[in-house]
Design a protein. Sequence first.
Length: 256
Amino acid sequence: MRYSVKEKNFIAKQYAREEWLGKRGIGGSDVGALMQVSKWQTFNDVFNRLLGKAKDKDDLAKKNKRVAEGQKAEKYICNLYAIEHPDKKVVTAAVSKVWLFFSNKNVRITVSPDALVQIGGDNDKEYTEGVEIKDVEVHSKKELEKWQTGNIPEQYFYQVMQYMVVINTLKKVTLVARIKVMKEKELDHIEEYYYEYSRKEWKDTIKFVGWLENEFIERYVNKNKRPNANYLEELKKEYETRNRASRRNKDTSSDN
């Protein structure tokens, strides 16, 4: 598969779901766990899966009915997004397949986009935008107000960042949220929101997330060394120290 960009940092493949489960590295839904903001799993769950210690290959759809429903709804929401944006060539993985993009910097850093916006033909294609789909139930006014004001759950934010960590051609990612507003466990109405995240605006976060994932793999997974409870704060401090040192070196070089 060829791309028109001079330097791509990813490899794109498609797998049947069962094979995809075993091929994944640190994916979009795992980043929230590494950042300790996921409500579905912990960094220990990610560590266990990457070392082959997880049961059922850590398929959340088998464990959580709501996750399974959301996954079924994604393709229909993707189709609607494509219909509503005829100016964009919105593409998805083949029927019964799941996309898996591997980072060339570390093939255990991966992402499975719901959809991508493509320019060019089959021989010179380039992906310029990502589309992440969320089919969400909310059960309180407070929850709904967060979505209405753009305050999306952090685990979803980091899932969006992962698109741009792995796929270097993406200029932005749109999160399409279909919000099912529930009252007394029954569907009251549905609201839909689009949230756009550009690479330019979030470049520092994207850089840190990619660095964190690589360090998690190299320091813990590859050495079969379980992270301690404070690992995230320790790595954040180290990253900040490195950045300060890098800025000082640049300032010194410019003075000379």
